[in-house]
Design a protein around this ligand. Structure first.
Ligand code: RIB
Length: 303
């Protein structure tokens, strides 16, 4: 069983600010740093760092060659990433405020120029029982889901960033849905009240998508897994400097641990530890810890 992550690769321009810029306002940033990122890229790196063998597919422009190098250094198979001559690499403008929170403006670039020919070619290397991991930052997600399903592949979806395109996807084909509480409440729009608990939200998601295992992250309240069993995981308490890629780190470590034969509680715990460490460091992909760090850092649960 192998895993293919077909997803975005971005150049992240991260601006450190006191507060997020408001409508009509012009502010100066305190610092600019350029990082590797993109939800697909970050999740492939997290999968690889968890010890999983991972294949990444997607597209970049000629300005994004360093992303390919970083993937290879992390042990990700990058031969299915296309380099396009006429489209720039996708990028993100990220404001990182003094509390470590972020807001992100995306430019799709090559991530939005993926063709069905590329998808068919890449998927021809994968077979029944292999996993396809997707996010919502490339242009042919629905096509990939249907094609992968007809090949007998399992589909894991992180519906992030959440927008109206998610509602056009064949979500009934998803085998593992990994999302946060804001994405969950948008998927469940009109079905739940604002006061629902995480466990209740996971239950509603399971009713709506019965074929999918649900992995729901709940911020300070931890995370919950729901399939045949229900597992709760607390978060680890850390001082956050940059929350960018925390969700991607969780997704990669959760799936990577599980697909290497780990139990659900072990996968949830490793994912919580890895994402806690990631938020203590600036940047997206560079903040994702190695497995050695995840196993050796002493962390205490937030109660
Ligand atoms: O999830 C974090 C990522 O979202 C960033 O790396 C940025 O590129 C955006 O895709």
């Amino acid at each position: 069983m192998r895993i293919l992550c077909f997803g975005s690769l971005n150049i992240d321009y991260t601006y450190r600010v006191d507060h997020f810029v408001q409508k009509g306002e012009t502010i100066s940033s305190k610092d600019l740093q350029i990082f590797s990122g993109g939800k697909g890229f970050n999740q492939s790196i997290a999968l690889a760092k968890s010890g999983m063998e991972v294949y990444h597919a997607g597209a970049i422009g000629t300005d994004g060659m360093f992303l390919l190098e970083q993937m290879k250094q992390a042990g990700v198979h990058a031969e299915h990433v296309q380099v396009l001559d006429d489209v720039p690499t996708g990028h993100a403008m990220i404001q990182n405020d003094k509390d470590g929170d972020n807001c992100i403006l995306l430019y799709g670039g090559a991530n939005q120029a993926i063709t069905t020919d590329q998808a068919d070619h890449v998927l021809s290397f994968f077979h029944e029982g292999d996993y396809l991991l997707l996010q919502n930052e490339i242009n042919i997600t629905a096509y990939l889901m249907r094609k992968a399903h007809t090949r007998g592949m399992k589909i894991a979806l992180n519906p992030s960033p959440m927008n109206e395109k998610i509602f056009d996807l064949p979500l009934e084909l998803v085998d593992c849905l990994i999302l946060n509480e804001i994405e969950a409440s948008q998927l469940l729009a009109n079905q739940i009240s604002a006061q629902e608990t995480g466990a209740a939200m996971a239950g509603y998601l399971k009713q709506k998508y019965p074929s999918a295992a649900i992995v729901l992250t709940l911020g300070e309240a931890g995370s919950v897994f729901l399939d045949q069993e229900q597992i709760f995981q607390k978060i680890y308490a850390v001082h956050a400097v940059d929350t960018t890629a925390a969700g991607d780190t969780f997704t990669g470590y959760f799936l990577g641990t599980l697909l290497q034969g780990g139990s659900v509680p072990k996968a949830m715990d490793r994912a919580a530890r890895a994402s806690a460490i990631a938020v203590t460091r600036p940047g997206a992909a560079p903040s994702i810890p190695s497995l050695e760090e995840v196993l050796s850092q002493e962390l205490s649960c937030f109660s």
